[in-house]
Design a protein around this ligand. Structure first.
Ligand SMILES: Nc1ncnc2c1ncn2[C@@H]1O[C@H](COP(=O)(O)OP(=O)(O)OP(=O)(O)O)[C@@H](O)[C@H]1O
Ligand SMILES: [Mg+2]
Length: 275
């Protein structure tokens, strides 16, 4: 369910990641309320695939065998139809081995047809006037600035998982985030990306973590006690490549630093669990 611009944005960026994009560029106007635009250079969609993309439960991402082996971020085939139901949605796409691009529009669930368009290989999804038809939801949106920050946080989290993908975010006037795609050395790429997202101060003052217990591997970085904050907002956890917010982690972090941090102070961390 789409609650705010950031939740729609998360779905669109995940789709771009699943399409194997190496560059994802986002524009948000008016905190995403007027326009959310996500452009990727992923594999794109053919004309018939475009029409399928907005059908409910028509995912192209069926697992090979058992569900635990899912390598995709998406799997329900729900995101685009749900967004299309409450906005003016435009999807323009071109596959890499074709000269033609196609554009599909859907206006509050009404499909407006598929037309030829101009587009470099990849996909651009534009969501205009989120919730214009559902004023009750509009009322719950915060200021454009706050909505923009939520969306920015979504990009940062996804960017921390995949340093091999380049990301940018613009408010229509200037780029507020720009994370260039990292190199092929995964270790360096992750450290550089964490520095870009969380700041050099973090990566310069953090300990490398790499531990395996009972088939669960924990990697990442945690700050030295001398680097701390008044909130736990800079504690990021990822489980199997997905950003998660979790009280258990917050509790474990607090317990771990209990003897070395003053009351009310919080360590910084980016931790990746694989199981
Ligand atoms: N950026 C994109 N590039 C290429 N194909 C895309 C892109 N976005 C969506 N698609 C195609 O459209 C389909 C529908 O997308 P949608 O997000 O609704 O469902 P999903 O990703 O399969 O599952 P979920 O609802 O869990 O996100 C996808 O399965 C994919 O085939
Ligand atoms: Mg999806």
């Amino acid at each position: 369910v789409i609650e705010r611009p950031a939740s729609a944005l998360k779905e669109l960026v995940e789709n771009a990641i699943d399409a194997e994009a190496s560059q994802i560029d986002v524009v948000l106007i008016d905190g995403g309320r007027k326009l959310i635009s996500v452009t990727d250079n992923g594999h794109g969609m053919r004309r018939e695939e475009l029409l399928l993309a907005i059908e409910r439960h028509a995912t192209s991402k069926l697992p090979d065998e058992d569900l635990s082996q899912i390598g995709w971020l998406g799997f329900r085939g729900e995101a685009l139809p749900s967004i299309g139901a409450v906005t003016r949605l435009t999807i323009t796409s071109r596959v890499h081995d074709s000269d033609e691009a196609w554009r599909l529009t859907i206006n509050c669930g009404q499909v407006g047809g598929v037309h030829p368009a101009a587009q470099t290989p990849g996909t651009r999804v534009e969501v205009r006037d989120l919730f214009f038809a559902t004023p009750a939801r509009l009322k719950f949106l915060k200021t454009p600035r706050t909505e923009f920050q939520h969306a920015s946080e979504v990009i940062k989290r996804l960017a921390m998982v995949r340093p091999d993908i380049g990301y940018s975010l613009s408010d229509g006037e200037r780029r507020t985030l720009n994370f260039p795609a990292g190199g092929t050395d995964l270790f360096d790429a992750r450290l550089n990306r964490l520095a870009a997202v969380m700041g050099r101060e973090f990566t310069d003052n953090a300990l490398l973590i790499d531990a395996t217990r009972e088939g669960i591997r924990l990697t990442g970085y945690a700050s030295l006690p001398t680097l701390n904050r008044t909130t736990n907002r800079m504690q990021y956890l990822f489980v199997n490549g997905r950003p998660v917010r979790d009280r258990v982690l917050t509790g474990a972090m607090r317990a771990g630093y209990m003897d070395v941090l003053a009351h009310g102070r919080h360590a910084l961390a980016a931790l990746f669990l694989e199981m």
